[in-house]
Ligand binder design. Structure first.
Ligand code: C5P
Length: 427
């Protein structure tokens, strides 16, 4: 799918240039949302905005939470004409996530920039955050007051807590957060269709993160049906990610080349049944009771295992250690198990870390696995994070204590790299 184009941009008041960055955004008559601009205190993404005003010289900054995701199910239902695979997948956001801050660049800066802290990112400059800012700018530009001048350069900071290339959707979530953060920083708005087109142009999982809620995802990922929240105490999740980045493209290719599950259609049946149950209203306890079925409801398991020597042995050892079924998220290699409470999941974290150190759990990849306890995230309950216009529900972590556990985590190391966007000719 191609990028947003200009047709969906909500234009300003048509009075042309002269608008200062930070004066509240294109605001006039043609459907632009008032109050969503910098400094208004409104939030569209479940995090805080730092207010400011261009005249005062203060930095305008917006902060967005970018949750990780789990595929509770992932059925591959066919191959499409565009080369992608069609999916039937129930996806849920997690409380574990990255934090993205976007600010106006210092006066005179003409390029978007990105600084990363936390877990190490691959050293390449086409990070999805920068690509998302560029694609969003291109979509907003036609309606930008004073066009052909573009919305100004942004400085982004990403606190990376989601393991990369792990099946947890970290990069895609960062991209969705960057779309929202850029719009908020510029005080601009796009129609939902235009925003969805920008999202789909950046990756198959980005539309899910834009919707920001548990969803049934079909098509190549662009069709997102929000699902009701799972009732009761939010299910806790143990994540175990071998230190071994796995390319989604490579896993789909292995699948296309014949690395398939022994029982065709099993994942799809489970996925359809679970979607119907969640639609009708299900509970955490009912989801936990389905652990066995969920473990075989991912059609990319064999494909991932065919690329990672030792992954099958690793999963078998993990299942034995935890005494419960272990599931794969997305294209892997992250493995997960559900728990009734965060306390139990945390106990399992300590257990797995110990087993990795004493050799009970075989190590694959470059070292000890990333191990964390988190929860399936729900819709926000706090009015503070509700969008000012009441439009889409914003995702809010139900608890953030897992962040501390992640920060304590050794494997993964840290980075503090600076990136600049390439090919951004906006200024
Ligand atoms: O869309 P995204 O960039 O995340 O996809 C990475 C790769 O994974 C694609 O280039 C494609 O090879 C494969 N893929 C697929 N079917 C999907 C999603 C991804 O074949 N539904």
């Amino acid at each position: 799918m191609s990028g947003g184009g200009g047709s969906g941009a909500r234009s300003g008041d048509g009075s042309g240039g002269g608008r200062r960055f930070g004066d509240g955004g294109p605001g006039g008559g043609s459907g632009a949302r008032r109050g969503s601009g910098p400094g208004s205190g409104a939030s569209d993404g479940g995090a805080s905005d730092g207010g400011s005003d261009g005249a005062s010289g203060a930095r305008i900054h917006v902060v967005r939470f970018a949750p990780a995701k789990l595929n509770l199910t992932l059925a591959v239902t066919g191959k499409r004409d565009d080369g992608y695979h069609s999916l039937h997948s129930i996806m849920v956001p997690l409380s574990l996530g990255d934090a993205l801050t976007v600010a106006a660049t210092p006066a005179g800066a003409t390029r978007d920039s990105l600084q990363v802290s936390g877990l190490v990112l691959p050293a390449k400059s086409d990070n999805l955050v920068l690509r998302a800012i560029i694609a969003t700018r291109a979509a907003v530009a036609p309606a930008w007051p004073g066009a052909p001048a573009f919305p100004p350069a942004l400085a982004a900071r990403l606190a990376k807590r989601i393991p990369v290339a792990a099946g947890l959707g970290g990069g895609s979530s960062d991209a969705a957060a960057a779309i929202r953060a850029a719009l908020a920083a510029w005080g601009a708005a796009l129609d939902p269709e235009a925003t969805a087109a920008v999202a789909a142009s950046l990756g198959s999982d980005v539309p899910f993160f834009l919707a920001g809620t548990a969803a049934l995802v079909t098509g190549r990922g662009e069709s997102v049906e929000p699902l009701p929240e799972i009732g009761g105490e939010p299910p806790a999740v143990l994540l175990v990610t071998p230190q071994l980045p796995l390319s989604t493209a490579a896993v789909f290719k292995a699948y296309a080349d014949g690395a398939r599950e022994p029982e065709a259609g099993l994942a799809r049946n489970t996925s359809e049944r679970l979607a119907a149950e969640i639609r009708a209203g299900t509970t955490s306890a009912a989801l936990l009771a389905r652990a066995e079925e969920l473990a075989s409801a991912n059609d990319l398991r064999q494909a991932a295992a065919s690329l990672v020597p030792g992954l099958r042995t690793f999963v078998t050892a993990l299942e034995r250690l935890l005494d419960r079924p272990v599931c794969q998220s997305g294209s892997g290699p992250t493995m997960w198990s559900l728990y009734a409470s965060l306390a139990e999941a945390r106990k399992a974290v300590r257990f797995v870390r110990l087993a990795a150190v004493n050799g009970t759990l075989p190590l694959i990849g470059t070292g000890e696995p990333f191990v964390a306890a988190t929860t399936i995230a729900g819709r926000p309950t706090s009015p503070l994070v509700q969008p000012a216009d009441g439009s889409e529900g914003a995702i809010r972590p139900r608890s953030v204590h897992n962040w501390v556990e992640i920060d304590d985590q050794g494997p993964g190391g840290t980075s503090d790299g600076q990136m600049e966007s390439k090919g951004d000719k906006s200024q």
